[in-house]
Design a binder for this molecule. Structure first.
Ligand SMILES: NC(=O)N[C@H]1NC(=O)NC1=O
Ligand SMILES: [Zn+2]
Ligand SMILES: [Zn+2]
Length: 450
């Protein structure tokens, strides 16, 4: 029996801290050894030549909606997890909504886990929901392993996942604080968004820019300020998802400096697309909060470079093509949600590293070490260290490609990124030491333990 099952040779090994060149020896799904500057002398059954390539910690996508069980005509665990494998993502944390039933109690979590065990090719973890009806279920969900809870401050678009009122926020956050967990929040103001939408629709103003104007940045800022005050009152750890603007991030920064335990996520679409894309690509580029303008994109990159963003995740929230169509020019009706999970690393490399000089270590931090630390997965996941799980993405930074529909593993081969040229290509993805994707092919379905 050889010492290692797999040896990855001569790669540039990227972590949140450094880039070093060396060999990685993998045994029983874990990184057994990292030898820097020289070779591992024995041979393994699986030899991977990574000369000239970069080895990243497999990405953690802490924000996906895979819709299974119950809404697999939108997306599923098999198709969703294949797209992640193809994108170098080795762990996802699935949101509690858009599947039906939603993950708001113990029974529903059991269904979610069972489906993932059968169908996911990457590591699956789960968010539980906080809704007005389930305060008494939070403890069960926590005990059964959810990594945190998720609430909407404005309507979620899904009838079986209600947004929270102030009392639910207050009681829910007290309970989540007591459990020692955290609350992730979709923060937009219901009052502002509903009023502005009503006015626009009544006037017959339903264009891309009308939709965007109905969900202004102030709506995020107001909701973020409000939820931060509840975090301060209850001592509940808070995570703001999908900040669309640095102006929102600034509010969170101020709170951090006051000592509030709050973190912030942004998404690749807010870092690479604008309201112009919404006009040109239609529903494919519709999301909530909406895409902003070019100057907001630039400012958000400054926030990334400046260490003001904690996590970058996809918020992959797909729907069937018919629901993404803009009918009669009405941007209010189409489903809001971007299909993007496969492209996170591509966007960060192309727009961040190559265009703006973002260090590779920073990409590894935002998509690996930081989410792993925040959601309790570190150091098993999110970094490359002896003893960590062998979840790895091997990338050729010298390869460019144009994303084609046919490249997408989603249930529906659609994405606002189709047609975009990316610099840097994922060559091989390993999950728990097994190759799941190589040279453009999904290699094999793996047996999963969740
Ligand atoms: N329900 C759901 O997935 N909503 C997501 N879509 C989106 O664009 N923003 C969200 O929060
Ligand atoms: Zn959201
Ligand atoms: Zn979401």
């Amino acid at each position: 029996m050889s010492t290692y099952d797999v040896i990855i040779r001569n790669g540039h090994i990227v972590t949140e801290e450094t880039i070093v060149q060396g060999d990685i020896g993998i045994k029983a799904g874990k990184i057994a050894v990292i030898v820097v500057g020289q070779s591992i002398e024995t041979e393994a059954e699986g030899e991977i030549n990574a000369k000239g390539l970069h080895v990243f910690p497999g990405l953690i996508d802490s924000h996906v909606h895979f819709n299974e069980p119950g809404r697999t005509e939108w997306e599923g665990l098999e198709t969703g997890s294949k797209s992640l494998a193809a994108g170098g993502i080795t762990t996802f944390i699935d949101m509690p909504l858009n599947s039906t039933p939603p993950t708001i109690n113990r029974e529903n979590l059991v269904l979610k886990k069972a489906a993932s065990e059968r169908k996911s090719m990457v590591n699956a973890r789960f968010w539980g929901g906080l809704v007005p009806e389930n305060i008494n279920d939070l403890k069960d969900l926590f005990e059964d392993g959810v990594l945190g809870f998720k609430a909407f401050m404005s309507p979620s678009g899904i009838t079986d996942f209600n947004h929270v009122d102030d009392v639910t926020i207050y009681k829910g956050m007290k309970e989540i604080a007591r459990l020692g967990s955290l609350l992730a929040v979709h923060a937009e103001s219901t009052v502002i968004c509903e009023q502005l939408a009503q006015e626009k629709i009544a006037e017959g103003h339903t264009s891309a820019r009308d939709f965007t104007a109905s969900r202004p940045i102030i709506s995020e800022i107001e909701a973020v300020r409000r939820i931060i005050s509840y975090a301060e009152a209850t001592g509940c750890k808070l995570h703001i998802v999908h900040a669309s603007s640095r102006k929102v991030v600034e509010v969170i920064n101020e709170a951090k400096h006051r000592g509030v335990d709050v973190t912030v996520e942004t998404c690749p679409h807010y870092l690479s697309l604008t309201v112009k894309d919404l006009e040109e690509k239609g529903g494919l580029a519709k999301c909530c909060p909406p895409l902003r303008d070019e100057s907001e994109v630039d400012d958000l990159w400054k926030a990334v470079a400046n260490g003001e963003i904690d996590v970058i995740a996809s918020d992959h929230s797909p729907a069937p093509p018919s629901m993404k169509e803009i009918k009669n020019g009405d941007y209010f009706k189409a489903w809001g949600g971007i299909s993007g999970a496969q492209s996170t690393l591509n966007i960060l490399l192309t727009e961040g590293h190559f265009k703006r000089g973002l260090p590779l270590q920073k990409i590894a931090e935002l998509t690996g070490a930081k989410p792993a630390k925040l959601f309790g997965l570190f150091p098993n996941k999110g970094t490359i260290k002896a003893g960590s799980d062998a979840d790895l993405a091997i990338v050729d930074l010298n390869k460019s490609f144009e994303l084609k529909k046919e490249d997408l593993y989603y249930r529906h081969q659609q994405s606002p990124y189709v047609g975009k040229t990316f610099n840097g290509k994922v060559i091989t993805t390993l999950v728990n030491g097994q190759v799941v994707f190589q040279n453009g092919e999904i290699i094999k379905e793996i047996e999963k333990t969740v």
